[in-house]
Design a protein around this ligand. Sequence first.
Ligand SMILES: NC(=O)c1ccc[n+]([C@@H]2O[C@H](COP(=O)([O-])OP(=O)(O)OC[C@H]3O[C@@H](n4cnc5c(N)ncnc54)[C@H](OP(=O)(O)O)[C@@H]3O)[C@@H](O)[C@H]2O)c1
Length: 262
Amino acid sequence: MAENRQTPYALITGATAGIGWELAQLAARDGTPLILVARDATRLQQRKAELEERWSVPVHVIPHDLSREGAAQALFDVVQENHWPVDTLVNNAGFGTIGEFLESELARDQAMVRVNVLAVVELCKLFGWVFREQGGGRILNVASTAAYIPGPRMAVYYATKAFVLSFSEALYYEFKPYGITVTALVPGPTRTEFQARAGMKNVKLTKFLVMMNAADVARAGWQGLKKGKRVVIPGIFNKLSVYSTRLMPRAMNARIIGWLQG
Ligand SMILES: NC(=O)c1ccc[n+]([C@@H]2O[C@H](COP(=O)([O-])OP(=O)(O)OC[C@H]3O[C@@H](n4cnc5c(N)ncnc54)[C@H](OP(=O)(O)O)[C@@H]3O)[C@@H](O)[C@H]2O)c1
């Protein structure tokens, strides 16, 4: 595939499935060269082939586990060593696990914090420095409507997403003078591999709540990124649910979520 070294890349973590894969397709459709990150190397190669064939954009893949210590720095080093110019960073990779806090493995919680929080902080710092130096850039961090409420039986996951939202909103203001936009995408329940990975198939939340499809969520996020929006909540149901959770006492929110995730 012929490569135009002048056109900056978008780096997307968690780009092989769900919302990340939809974001990758939207970026490719816009003609954006891509760097895709996920753990499964075979699947990454398949996604690369699909994008290059359909949209004729250069695509690099970096098989990488963001739950490992030093993962973000190692990922950044690969990009730097290859001199791939990046002007868009999408921190999308993330996962959750259903179950009571004391019943889950500590290692799983630690991995979740590393992927959902630490990697986001580290990549925003490393690429933030690059973007400031080059006079601009764009960041999209994928949070969740879970960011607005405590989440019994998914306590760590909800807390990680509260971090991502708060962190992104703060960076939005800090990065503005450098020409760097920071957008938080706040999806509600979305039909992806997330629910199966989290062991949520039989919980009430998955059965009762309206689920959006990943393509619609990604479209709202990609448009929001391009407009440099601060926060994007896709879908009317999610907007209403965020609004209503803000009106309700947090204790009541926690009780409802605890029941829905029972
Ligand atoms: N689906 C929802 O209901 C929902 C709602 C709100 C927010 N979100 C957020 O949206 C984002 C995307 O979720 P999704 O629903 O699209 O999930 P998904 O379908 O499970 O896709 C997750 C992606 O992340 C990659 N990934 C997982 N662990 C990784 C790791 N340790 N290192 C590198 N890559 C990793 C996966 O590939 P590999 O397995 O090959 O690594 C895959 O590409 C997450 O941040 C999630 O918290 C999802």
